[in-house]
Design a protein around this ligand. Structure first.
Ligand SMILES: [Fe+2]
Ligand SMILES: [Fe+2]
Length: 248
């Protein structure tokens, strides 16, 4: 059964731990006049996540579904969710809508440009386009402007069945996870491009108070510092010129 924790006012983290990958998959439900789900989750986890959402609200009342980039854990169960909540719109980047999402759904997404915003009632979300951060041409994030929560997808990825929210060193934990991944199948998780530092600076300029993290603990604390330190960690791990060797 998925674990539910409120990590910021009306932001519920619905977490499924997958032991085979030693990894949590976290989905965020924002309860408001027009409820929003960020990350649909994998198709294989849909039943479990939907059951968790139904503990918090009537699933058919969902009005917005959003995610960072086109990947199964981000949006694999999109069509299952649209079956359960047909009135919901799907919010993603313009690139995402054009190259994947519209075709995948057989309908039009609500494609947002960088900086565009929308309201769910009490809360207001700004779309932040972050190409190739964490990965994917179509990547972006949502920033909730009232409580200053950044829904930051795969950034700060940590392994293990960890606590819902922490003020500990998430950058250090994420650095260790990325380093370990570099030795295996999941190497090159984040492409370090000339845009990486710029994207992270743009997110830091929002001055978030909470980071809603897809894999691992969410973070409450000095988020500006964490985002700046994440750039240093990414540059060290992913910014070199040589390809990763399996032994490294
Ligand atoms: Fe991803
Ligand atoms: Fe992910």
């Amino acid at each position: 059964m998925a674990n539910i924790s409120e990590i910021a006012p009306n932001v519920y983290r619905i977490s499924v731990y997958y032991p085979a990958a030693h990894l949590q998959f976290n989905h965020f439900l924002v309860k408001d006049d027009e409820p929003l789900l960020f990350h649909t989750g994998l198709r294989g986890m849909h039943r479990e996540i939907r059951e968790a959402v139904s503990r918090l609200m009537d699933v058919s009342d969902l009005r917005h579904i959003s995610f960072s980039h086109f990947e199964s854990d981000e949006c694999g169960a999109l069509n299952e969710w649209l079956g359960a909540a047909p009135q919901a719109d799907v919010i993603c980047s313009q690139v995402g809508a054009l190259v994947s999402v519209n075709d995948f759904m057989g309908r039009e997404a609500r494609a947002l440009a960088d900086g565009e915003s929308f309201s769910t009632g009490k809360y207001r979300f700004r779309y932040c386009q972050t190409p190739h951060l964490p990965h994917g041409w179509d990547a972006g994030m949502l920033f909730e402007e009232t409580e200053k929560t950044l829904l930051c997808s795969d950034l700060f990825h940590q392994v293990g069945d960890v606590e819902p929210i922490t003020s500990d060193d998430v950058v250090g934990r994420s650095y260790e996870a990325m380093k370990a991944y570099q030795a295996g199948l999941l190497a090159e998780y984040v492409p370090y491009t000339p845009l990486t530092a710029q994207n992270l600076k743009k997110l830091a300029a929002l001055q978030p108070k909470t980071l809603a993290v897809m894999h691992g603990s969410s973070f409450a604390g000095d988020c500006v510092r964490a985002l700046n330190e994440l750039d240093t960690a990414f540059r060290e791990i992913f910014g070199r010129l040589e390809p990763a060797s399996p032994e490294s």
